[in-house]
Structures are given as structure tokens and as C-alpha cells.
Design a protein around this ligand. Structure first.
Ligand SMILES: *[C@@H]1O[C@H](CO)[C@@H](O)[C@H](O)[C@H]1NC(C)=O
Ligand SMILES: *[C@@H]1O[C@H](CO)[C@@H](O)[C@H](O)[C@H]1NC(C)=O
Ligand SMILES: *[C@@H]1O[C@H](CO)[C@@H](O)[C@H](O)[C@H]1NC(C)=O
Ligand SMILES: *[C@@H]1O[C@H](CO)[C@@H](O)[C@H](O)[C@H]1NC(C)=O
Ligand SMILES: *[C@@H]1O[C@H](CO)[C@@H](O)[C@H](O)[C@H]1NC(C)=O
Ligand SMILES: *[C@@H]1O[C@H](CO)[C@@H](O)[C@H](O)[C@H]1NC(C)=O
Ligand SMILES: *[C@@H]1O[C@H](CO)[C@@H](O)[C@H](O)[C@H]1NC(C)=O
Ligand SMILES: [Ca+2]
Length: 575
């Protein structure tokens, strides 16, 4: 960071930013500098909707996406509508104090069916001198998610809402936010535009990079919910496995299988630290059948199970059936005749989507349907105003494949978000740092690898593997995070570092030209809290060679091949 701060301090000293926060953080000032409608694609800002409040010395605790900080900012909110439509979209901006502004813009995104994460990620931009914003997508308020707004009634989808969620709302947030920032700080200087988001927020980031490449200078994209039609249905796969094999494993049994997988695969990366940095080697060398017969035991808990209910004490031994279920899930969805349709999470990921619910009346574990997947089917595929599927009666592996294909085709141009040609972004000088927890239990790490490889193949068809990989890595780098879960470190591999300072690293790369060969990661909890680690850029993989304390980033063809999938259940290419 130092060099950038030094550069910015000297370059940006001037009258433009001399104003005090109190002087500019007023309704009349914001009204007086509002961008004209023709400078923001004819969008109509409702001047009566503007609110401002200055916030001083706000102490912000650390977050997975930034260290703890104290910031001053102006909180500006406003509403706009689309010409000819009587709609209302809310935006919220946190504008850094003028003396701290560094000509940067940051868009932040949501998660699940939410298009924003509330105010949670805004400090991540403000602390680096970026005006930062969120949108409500026009869904009816910042805490209203798209699923609540997507249907007018059973059978009637709201296409405006759909396209706002898909990519339009973020484009408008950026268009208005960038124009507002230039006017607010009264500057003609180049404004660097960044994106940072995880999960659905990561998908939203790619929706912008794929379609509006020259709007952006850089994006931190984490565990993106890409290939949306496949991704949402995939959550339902474990339920169908359990139903088909007619075994609903007690959560403790699955947890023990995960623990034993971690124990057995820890050392394969060359370092015994409780972290499986090479789930690919785990795939190649660990036989899950070796867990059969091991005792497991978990205490009773109330309200903490994935299904929300009370779980009894669970004692038993890992069963053949339990292992068969886990093994089938790990293999990923195939058609009944064995053609591959999708990817599962890497071994070591917890089986969150597979946790059955406990029926205290019968004392049995039974099917639980994850609502993220179930609601996708009811609202987006069946157009029914229901927040989950009532059951999985008659649903087979082939039904899941059909649902994937249906969602993919129906929403190809709005939610699928796998357009692999990023040439406009790349030619405009854009840089991507794409990160993904290797033990992610909600979006497969392999999904990010597959998309990254699709971009490589589509953009550099004439180059060899080695040359195209090198060319891609010059502007677009994927870092898998050993031991990490979904958008956060994992509790059962706490010694794995998390890349908490990725945005400043991206800023250094974009504005200072220094490419992160390896990415910094910090252990955020546990006995090694604070330890600094490094992440390898794909396709290189971490390895501690015998007797060495130093991690190397190596290429290993056999490991690489475990990440390569042929989705032959579909006739079209899956990017
Ligand atoms: C913010 O904190 C600093 C240092 O503690 C103090 O000097 C300053 O007066 C505070 N500003 C406001 C507006 O509270
Ligand atoms: C920002 O302004 C909005 C609208 O007045 C308000 O709801 C929100 O709580 C404010 N946030 C902060 C941190 O001041
Ligand atoms: C594990 O056991 C099952 C059933 O006994 C068998 O079908 C499968 O091939 C075994 N897997 C491995 C990797 O040995
Ligand atoms: C479960 O097993 C443990 C030993 O592993 C034992 O101490 C405990 O009493 C058992 N609980 C039940 C409910 O069987
Ligand atoms: C239609 O939507 C309502 C809720 O608005 C729901 O209660 C009803 O079950 C739905 N109809 C069907 C056929 O699912
Ligand atoms: C799995 O390991 C964690 C520690 O990482 C422990 O808290 C938990 O009890 C273990 N689960 C089982 C079923 O042994
Ligand atoms: C990464 O961490 C090292 C210390 O391990 C530090 O010297 C370096 O400045 C950091 N790089 C970035 C881009 O933050
Ligand atoms: Ca290890």
C-alpha cells in the first residue's frame, strides 16, 4: 500500500479536495452537484429523495474483506427511476471525507438472493479512499431480496426485476456512482473503478466485467455464483442422492467423514498444519471407504443444526451406507446413464447441503430440502409463489439435469453469467483477482476453475497451454484458498490463511503496476491468528517439499486433471 499512498498524496493535493466533510455532506450541496440525466443514461434521480448524514470516527471491526479501520464519510442515499416506468430504485453511497478521497469508486454486491450486503462491505472501499455504493435493485428496499419481487403472481414473472438482478442494477449503480463521485469532489481526474463481492456478489461482479468491460479498472471476485442455472439446482443434489440410496446420514456421521478426510489429506501438501492445501491430491490418494467402521459421537444441540431444529446426541460408527452417500455426492451429478452434468465441492468441504432434518416424533433423520435450491425451482422454474419445494417426489438425477438445462436456457442472457470472452475488459487494462475457498461447501471451487479455464481457451485459442496460461495470468489471476469455506475461513481448518487485503493488492496492481505473483493471506482466528501466508495463482499448486519450510507453487499434471470436467450430459458447451 505504501507506494500508492505516497503517489496519491502528492498527486492529489489540491483545492478540489480541500472542502471539509461537513461542508459537502449536505442535501443542498448534493442537489447542486447531481449529474444530469443525459450523463447517466437518462435515469431520473428524484431530488426530493436525497438524504445525507456525515459520520465521523466510525470504528469498523475487521471483516473477511478488510482489516479493522476508523473512517469518516458522508452517507448519501437517493432514489431514481427509469424513464417511462413508475419504478423506484434506492442507492446508498459512502463518500470518503474529501481529504481522504483517492479518485476511486467501489461497487459492492450481495449474497444468496440479495443484491447487496447492507452496509457491511462499504467500509472496505472508504478506507482506501473510494466512494462506495450499494443498490436495492428496485426490489422495495435494501433488505428486500429478489426472490420476494420476482413474481407478480403465480405464473407471471417480473422481467424488469429479473434483469435488474441479473446485471442492470449494478450497471446503473456504477454509472450514477461514478458520475456522482466526480461531481461531489469536483474533479476531472481519472476515477479508478473497482468491484468487490463474494458468492452472488461475485456473480454480480462478473456480470459487469463480462458486459461492461470498459466501465472497470479492476475486480475482486470471490466464490462467484456463476453458471446460475446449474449452481442453484446443484444444492438439491444431495437430497436426491439420499432419497435414491434411501439413507439419511446423521449429521455427525458426515462431520466425522469430513474430519477424517482432513486428517488423512493434511500431509499430502507436505505440511502437517490441519489444512488441506491440496484437495486434488486428496482426490487422487484418499479412499473414503477407509472411514467405514470408525466411531463418531456428537453432543445434543438445540437450534444449531443446519435445519434449524434441535438435534439429539449422536453416537455410532460410520456406515457403508453413509460412505456410499458421501461418495456419490462427491462424484457430482450425473445422468442415470452416467453422463456428467455438474461438479461437487472438493473433499474436505462440509456437507451443508446434505444435512437431513431430525424428526423428534419418529426419532429418524429425514430429507431436508435446501431452500436456496428449492426456491429456485419453485419461483424461477415453476413460477410458483412458494419459498421451497414441498418434497422431492418423483425427482431423479435426470430431473435435476433437466432443471439445470431449463434454468440455463431460460436465463442464459441474464443469470447464467459465464460469457467467457472478456476482451473489452482486458483491452481496457482491467485486472481481476478471483479467489475461491478450496473447501467451499456452497459453490464448488471447481466452478471457478472451470470458468477460468473457459476464459483461457476462448480468449487464447491459438496459444499453447503454457502460453495461454501466462497471457491470462498477466491480467486475470485465480487464487484458490487452502482450507477456506464459502466467503470465509472454515472453522475445521482454522490455520488456513484468508486474503483479507485483496482490494489494496488489486489497487497496487492497477494503479502501481505491481502484479501479485502470490496473494497475501492472513490467519484470522485460532492459535495461529495473525500468521501471514501466501497463495499460489492457478494453475500452480502449493507444495512443501520434504524437509523444506518453504512453500513452492508447482504445476502437477495429474492434480490439474482432477479439476478438468467434461459435461457430456449437455450438447452445448458449458463455460
Ligand atoms: C475523531 O477522533 C479524533 C481523535 O480521537 C478527535 O481528535 C476528533 O475530534 C474526532 N472527531 C470528531 C468529529 O468526533
Ligand atoms: C445512511 O442513510 C440511510 C438513509 O437515511 C439510513 O437508513 C442509514 O442508516 C444511514 N447509515 C449510516 C451508517 O448512517
Ligand atoms: C468403496 O466401496 C464400495 C462398496 O463396497 C465400492 O463399490 C467402491 O469401489 C469402493 N471404492 C474404492 C475407491 O475402493
Ligand atoms: C456416546 O458415546 C460416548 C463415548 O464415545 C459415551 O460417553 C456417551 O455416553 C454415549 N452417549 C450416548 C447417548 O450413547
Ligand atoms: C399461488 O400463490 C399463492 C401465494 O400467493 C400460493 O399460496 C398458492 O399455493 C400458489 N398456487 C399454486 C398452484 O401453487
Ligand atoms: C470434527 O472436528 C472438529 C474440530 O475441528 C470438532 O470440533 C468436532 O467435534 C469433530 N466432529 C466429530 C464428529 O468428531
Ligand atoms: C504482503 O505481505 C507482506 C508481508 O508478508 C508485505 O510486505 C507486503 O507489503 C504485502 N503486500 C501487499 C500487496 O499488501
Ligand atoms: Ca497441510
Amino acid at each position: 500500500m505504501k507506494s500508492i499512498l505516497a503517489i496519491s498524496a502528492s498527486a492529489y493535493v489540491g483545492v478540489a479536495y480541500a472542502a471539509s466533510l461537513g461542508a459537502v455532506c449536505t442535501k443542498p450541496y448534493v442537489k447542486s452537484i447531481l449529474p444530469t440525466s443525459d450523463s447517466i443514461n437518462s435515469l431520473l434521480i428524484d431530488t426530493s429523495s436525497i438524504t445525507t448524514n456525515a459520520v465521523y470516527n466510525a470504528s469498523i471491526p475487521e471483516n473477511v474483506f478488510f482489516p479493522a479501520t476508523t473512517i469518516d464519510y458522508c452517507n448519501v442515499t437517493l432514489a431514481y427511476s427509469h424513464p417511462g416506468k413508475n419504478d423506484r430504485v434506492l442507492l446508498e453511497f459512502w463518500m470518503p471525507s474529501p481529504d481522504k478521497f483517492q479518485n476511486r469508486w467501489l461497487s459492492t454486491g450481495g449474497g444468496g438472493y440479495a443484491i447487496n450486503s447492507g452496509e457491511q462491505f462499504l467500509p472496505g472501499g472508504v478506507q482506501y479512499g473510494a466512494a462506495s455504493g450499494i443498490t436495492d435493485g428496485g426490489f422495495g428496499g435494501f433488505s428486500t431480496q429478489v426472490d420476494a419481487a420476482i413474481l407478480f403472481a403465480n405464473g407471471t414473472i417480473d422481467y424488469d426485476t429479473l434483469y435488474m438482478f441479473g446485471y442492470k442494477a449494478h450497471h446503473e449503480l456504477t454509472t450514477i456512482g461514478k458520475a456522482l463521485a466526480k461531481a461531489f469532489y469536483d474533479t476531472e481526474d481519472k476515477l479508478y473503478a473497482y468491484y468487490q463481492g463474494c458468492s452472488e456478489g461475485g456473480r454480480e461482479g462478473y456480470s459487469q466485467v463480462q458486459r461492461f468491460g470498459d466501465d472497470w479498472d479492476g475486480a475482486v471476485i470471490a466464490a462467484p455464483a456463476l453458471r446460475y442455472g446449474h449452481q442453484q439446482v446443484n444444492h438439491l443434489y444431495p437430497g436426491v442422492v439420499e432419497k435414491t440410496l434411501n439413507y439419511f446420514p446423521p449429521p455427525c456421521e458426515l462431520e466425522k467423514i469430513v474430519n477424517m478426510t482432513i486428517d488423512a489429506c493434511d500431509a499430502l501438501d507436505g505440511k502437517v498444519d490441519g489444512v488441506v492445501a491440496r484437495t486434488d491430491l486428496c482426490k487422487l490418494h484418499f479412499n473414503i471407504n477407509s472411514t467405514i467402521g470408525t466411531q463418531y459421537s456428537c453432543a445434543a444441540s438445540s437450534g444449531s443444526s443446519a435445519s434449524g431444529g434441535t438435534t439429539p446426541a449422536q453416537n455410532g460408527t460410520i456406515s457403508k451406507k453413509g460412505v456410499a452417500v458421501a461418495d456419490k455426492i462427491l462424484d457430482g451429478l450425473h445422468t442415470i446413464d452416467g453422463r456428467r452434468a455438474y461438479i461437487w465441492y472438493q473433499p474436505t468441504a462440509t456437507f451443508d447441503d446434505a444435512i437431513p432434518q431430525y424428526n423428534s416424533e419418529t426419532g429418524e433423520w429425514e430429507l431436508a430440502i435446501t431452500s436456496l435450491g428449492g426456491e429456485w425451482v419453485t419461483r424461477f422454474l415453476q413460477y410458483l409463489d412458494l419459498d421451497n419445494l414441498p418434497d422431492l417426489e418423483g425427482i431423479t438425477y435426470n430431473s435435476l439435469v433437466d432443471w439445470m438445462q431449463q434454468g440455463w436456457q431460460r436465463y442464459e442472457d441474464v443469470l447464467q453469467t459465464t460469457w467467457p470472452d472478456l476482451t473489452p475488459f482486458q483491452s481496457a487494462g482491467g485486472k481481476i483477482i478471483h479467489i475461491h475457498g478450496e473447501s467451499d461447501p456452497s459453490i464448488p471451487a471447481g466452478s471457478s476453475v472451470h470458468y477460468h479455464e473457459s476464459v483461457r481457451k476462448v480468449m487464447y485459442p491459438e496459444l499453447s497451454f503454457e502460453k495461454s496460461t501466462k497471457a491470462l495470468n498477466e491480467w486475470n489471476r485465480l487464487f484458490l484458498i487452502p482450507g477456506a469455506a464459502h466467503c470465509q475461513p472454515s472453522t475445521n481448518q482454522p490455520n488456513g490463511g484468508w486474503p483479507q487485503t485483496t482490494l489494496p493488492t488489486l489497487i497496487e496492481w492497477v494503479e502501481g503496476g505491481s502484479m501479485p505473483e502470490r496473494l497475501n493471506a492472513t490467519v484470522l482466528s485460532g492459535e495461529k491468528k495473525g500468521e501471514e501466508q501466501k497463495l499460489c495463482a492457478w494453475p500452480l499448486r502449493p507444495l512443501w517439499k520434504k524437509g523444506s519450510q518453504e512453500m513452492e507453487c508447482v504445476f502437477d499434471q495429474k492434480s490439474f486433471d482432477t479439476w478438468v470436467y467434461d459435461f457430456d450430459a449437455f450438447k452445448l458447451p458449458v463455460y
